[in-house]
Design a protein. Structure first.
Length: 309
């Protein structure tokens, strides 16, 4: 059984992504699990050169010393598996636009997600025919508003209502919630460690795993990295990718030390290697607060260090 890291090749990995990758590796290896890598490259319309971005992500993970088992899985090569899963499920076509869903009288969840209220399930044949003449449908799964709970090592038991979520988008691309579940089952992933922005998706995904005849994984949704303004860290926040940091003279050891410090696994100025982190790792003692990243901290530290040596 395995854990995994599953980046989307939309941009170079930044410190927040790398920290989640290190955590996923620590969770997996400290429990004797394998560790798999999956490139979530289904939604590449926005990224030219997704292949190059992904290849760089793979190199960056190796630079930090993270090792993976088995072949790297590329979602773009697994369309048949997603289609086969869809064929096993109770689904229906949905013609609603984003705007119609946003305007529907349903209360959004805390994270802004608006549960789908099943409008297209209740269409008459005539209404459906009119819509089908001008719009391409998405495919939704019938879940009938079931409640589903998952166990998360940080959040505890987490329950969510499973709405009729999209399995295949109206441009024909398999939806994230479908692909993740199909792949985790196929790859023997029974431990999912990822950013806590995805906690609210986990009841839907766990429910879908059971619908596909599988067992939901255990979860650990870990705090995200934020910038100084409290906004989720992004590439534009300064020197936050391995390439940026290398340009400042920070090698992989220093970056690993920075990540380890942020996790309470290393002292200031201490150099650490992954095996030491593994020996020190205790999921119960992980920081529960987001990690606030301020590039001027380590950039200055770097300049200071250079001027003393
Ligand atoms: N590809 C997603 C991301 O980069 C992660 C999906 C997951 O871990 O389930 O945010």
């Amino acid at each position: 059984m395995s854990g995994r890291f599953a980046p989307s090749p939309t941009a170079a990995l930044h410190l927040g992504n790398l920290r989640t990758a290190v955590l996923a590796w620590l969770f997996a290896r400290s429990t004797g699990r394998g560790f798999r890598l999956r490139i979530e490259d289904l939604d590449t319309r926005r990224v030219r050169a997704a292949g190059e971005v992904a290849a760089q992500q793979v190199r960056d993970l190796a630079t930090l010393g993270l090792d993976f088992d088995g072949e790297v899985v590329w979602q773009s090569a697994r369309l048949d598996a997603y289609a086969a899963a869809v064929a096993q499920l109770d689904t229906y076509e949905c013609y609603c636009t984003r705007k119609e869903i946003a305007d529907a009288p349903s209360a959004p969840h805390a994270d802004g997600y608006r549960p789908y209220t099943g409008v297209c399930l209740r269409l008459t044949a005539a209404q459906r025919a009119v819509l089908a003449s001008t719009r391409r449908p998405a495919l939704r799964v019938r879940a009938d508003g079931e409640r589903f709970s998952v166990t998360d090592s940080l959040a505890g038991e987490f329950t969510g209502v499973v709405d009729d979520f999209v399995l295949v988008r109206n441009d024909g691309v398999p939806a994230y919630n479908l692909a993740v579940v199909v792949d985790d089952l196929a790859m023997g992933v029974d431990q999912v460690v990822r950013g806590d922005d995805l906690l609210s998706s986990s009841p839907r995904q766990a429910w879908l795993a059971t619908r596909l005849g599988g067992v939901p994984p255990t979860y650990a949704h870990v705090p995200l990295a934020l910038n100084r303004d409290g906004v989720r860290l992004a590439k534009r926040d300064g020197a936050v990718t391995l390439a940026d940091l290398a340009a400042l003279g920070m090698d992989a050891d220093r970056i690993l030390a920075l990540l380890a410090r942020s996790l309470g696994l290393a002292a200031t100025g201490e150099t650490v290697q992954l095996p030491q982190l593994l020996a020190r790792f205790d999921p119960l003692r992980l920081p529960r607060e987001p990690w606030v990243v301020d590039p001027t901290d380590y950039a200055d530290a770097d300049v200071n260090r250079m001027s003393i040596t």
